[in-house]
Every structure is written in C-alpha cells, then in structure tokens.
Write a protein that binds this ligand. Structure first.
Ligand code: NAD
Length: 359
C-alpha cells in the first residue's frame, strides 16, 4: 500500500531539493502518494499567509511530511513556518543524526552521533518581557518581592523546563537508541548553575534511564560536551539536550560532518512527524541547480525508517554514502575547492544516487 505523505517544496532552493529527494525516494521502489502543499515566502506573497490551513490540515491527515526549507524574513513579514509547525503539531523531538561519511573533508571523520533536541520548552518557549514594558516592570517587582533583584534596564526571557517535557524527550532518545542499535545516551545540561531547570532535566533523565537498563547512560555539562565532542567524538552516540543547547550543538555537529549540506533532521510528535534538512533556504542559490540535496535526502532516509521501510532506508543511505565516497558526481560543497568545474548540480546528484541504487 502506498504511503500518503505531505510534500512541501518550500521556497528558495527548497523546490529543487525536494524534487531531487522525491525522485530518489521513489527510486527505492517504496510507493508514495504525495499530497503537495505550499508553505513559505512564495505562498505568503500570493495568499498573505506563509502557512495555509490546507497545509496544516494535510499533515494532520497524513501524519507524515517532508519539507524543503522556508525563508523567514528578518524583522518584518511573518513568523517562522517551522516554529508554527512545531507548535501546531507539538513536534517535540528534533532528531538530527550527524555522521561523517567517507569522502567528506572533515577533521572529525569518526563522528557518528545523533542529537535529540527538545523542541517546545526552555528559553525558546517565547516567554519574554521587553525592556521598559509594563509587563517587564511587573515581573521585576514580583522578583524583588521574592528576593531577586534585576536591573531596571534588563530584558527578561524565562526558561521553563518541565518534568513532562523532559520525560518525553529523554524517552524519545532511548526509543531512538533502541530502534537504531545505538549503545549509549548522554544527557546534556548545566545543572551545576541552573539547578531548578537543568537540574530537573538531569533528575528526570536519570529516572528515564532506569527504565532502560540495557542502554548505557551518562550525563555531561554542556561546555564540557562541546570540548569533548571536538577532541573525542567517537565516545559519543545519542545525545539528548534541552532546546537551546540542542540548537547550538546541532550546528556544531553539522560542522563536524562537513557542513550544512549533509545534516538531516526529523521533527517528531505523538500525532505527526515532519522531516527536513537542518539548513535553510540558501536563497542566493535559488533556481541554479547547485546546492547539495544530501541533507534532505538523508531526512528522507529518516522518514523511510519512521514509515517502517527500513530496508529501503538502508539502501538509499548506502547509495548516497557511495556517491559521496566516490566524490565524482557530487555538488560543489563536496569538492576540494568550491569552484571545481567537475561539480555536478542538485539534479545530477540525484541521478547518481539513483544509478548507485540500481547498480
Ligand atoms: P542557510 O542554511 O539557508 O544558508 C547558509 C549557507 O549555507 C548558504 O549560503 C550555503 O553556503 C550553505 N548551504 C546551506 N544549505 C546548503 C546546501 N544544501 N548545499 C550546499 N550549501 C548549503 O542559512 P541562512 O542563509 O542563515 O538562512 C536563509 C533562510 O532560511 C532564512 O530566512 C532562515 O530563516 C531560513 N531557515 C529555514 C530553515 C528551515 O526551513 N528549516 C532552517 C534554517 C534557516
């Protein structure tokens, strides 16, 4: 039976990347029924809404989507489609595997980690009080009553971390570890300083770990983790983090495996899952058939696993890895120099992956 999947081309380089990814997914032989829906800057210009109801309704119905990047204009315009999506569908777990494939230039060739980032809480919860506002004054007054002084010219952001939110994200990390034959989960925090938010995260993580004795568990303070990741990456496996640290360490991971063009992701909730690359819409390359579709293709690999098409997922990942290892039919970012005339385009990279799968 065909899997019904919501397909969102996005904007900027999104449509080219999504088309390349759709082709390799279909070449696995898995049957898909695509429900193509709009999101991002282009549909905002046409309809005044970057995230039409039809798109949200489609994902709610199909429960699985794959999405090209979408531009978020700075300062004006609209809120990030990705933030809206995560909020509307409660996509609380962001899964970002960072694996250094052979053939990629990186100082960290042993890297094979999976970052599991909490998506809904922490300093990203949007609880903010602008400097000089009446609400800010009220919050400072309350804090004063409670014995804490905050300077009157301070902006304030609140960091909520709950037992509920921590439990489900650490549980998601253990679930991923089990389903993907991973040996260890590392919980990351700054519990020595933020005792009641990060401290709670760590306490809950330890409790969840007790429910999964077959998987090794450890914790690390976030600054120490960053140091160790770039000195001994091979010691890390699945890493679970609250929202802010997860965001930052995800980019560190992307850098360690050779760049944003290679870093996939999945946002997973109880009712739906949305797969997309870590990178943005790279608008300066729009329409040039130039950028690397690997990150979105590997997001497709994650989607295949989510759909329980494991054999197809492994075949597609192996083919992508092989094209990268050979290093001939790869995009500019995977060549020794960025102006290498032998670099192929987005679409030709997809052709090479399909050829490899059929070999
Ligand atoms: P970006 O990731 O779009 O691009 C930064 C640079 O990284 C590019 O100029 C390019 O050199 C490189 N790059 C990115 N993707 C690549 C690929 N597939 N292949 C090769 N090189 C690649 O980041 P940005 O310029 O900061 O953001 C552009 C827009 O994307 C912004 O509006 C931002 O809000 C949005 N964004 C969207 C998402 C998303 O939709 N999930 C994520 C991040 C940023």
């Amino acid at each position: 039976m065909a899997h019904e999947v919501t397909l969102i081309p996005g904007d900027g380089t999104g449509p080219e990347l999504v088309e390349a990814t759709r082709r390799v997914l279909e070449a696995t032989g898995v049957q898909f029924e695509w429900d193509v829906q709009e999101a991002g800057e282009d549909v905002y210009r046409e309809q005044g809404n970057p995230f039409p109801d039809a798109t949200l309704d489609s994902i709610k119905r199909t429960t699985v989507g794959i999405k090209g990047p979408t531009t978020t204009p700075v300062g004006s315009g609209f809120r990030s489609v990705n933030v809206l999506l995560r909020k509307e569908l409660d996509l609380y777990a962001c899964i970002r595997p960072c694996k250094a494939y052979a053939g990629v230039r990186t100082r960290y060739p042993e890297t094979d980690i999976v970052i599991v980032r909490e998506n809904t809480e922490d300093l990203y919860a949007g609880i903010e009080f602008e400097r000089g506002s009446a609400e800010n004054a009220q919050v400072r007054e309350l804090l004063e009553e409670l014995g804490s002084h905050v300077r009157d010219d301070a902006g304030i952001s609140i960091k909520p971390i709950s037992v509920f939110g921590s439990d489900r994200i650490v549980e998601a990390a253990f679930k991923y570890a089990k389903e993907n034959d991973r040996r260890k989960v590392t919980a990351v925090h700054k519990a020595n300083i933020m005792k009641f938010s990060d401290g709670l995260f760590l306490e809950v993580a330890r409790q969840v770990a007790e429910r999964h004795p077959e998987i090794e568990f450890e914790d690390r303070i976030v600054d120490n983790l960053c140091n160790q990741l770039v000195s001994r990456p091979e010691e890390y496996d699945v890493i679970v983090l609250p929202n802010l640290y997860g965001d930052i360490v995800s980019d560190l991971g992307a850098g360690m495996i050779g760049g944003l063009g290679l870093a996939p992701g999945g946002n997973i909730g109880t009712e739906a899952a949305m797969f997309e690359a870590t990178h943005g819409s790279a608008p300066k390359y729009k329409g040039q058939n130039k950028v690397n579709p690997t990150a979105l293709m590997l997001s497709g690999v994650l989607m295949l696993k989510h759909l329980d098409e494991r054999e197809a997922a492994d075949r597609l990942e192996t083919a992508i890895a092989e094209v990268i290892r050979k290093g001939e039919k790869v995009t500019y970012d995977l060549k020794p120099t960025r102006d290498d005339p032998t670099a192929v385009g987005t679409s030709e990279f997809a052709d090479a992956v399909i050829e490899e799968m059929n070999a």
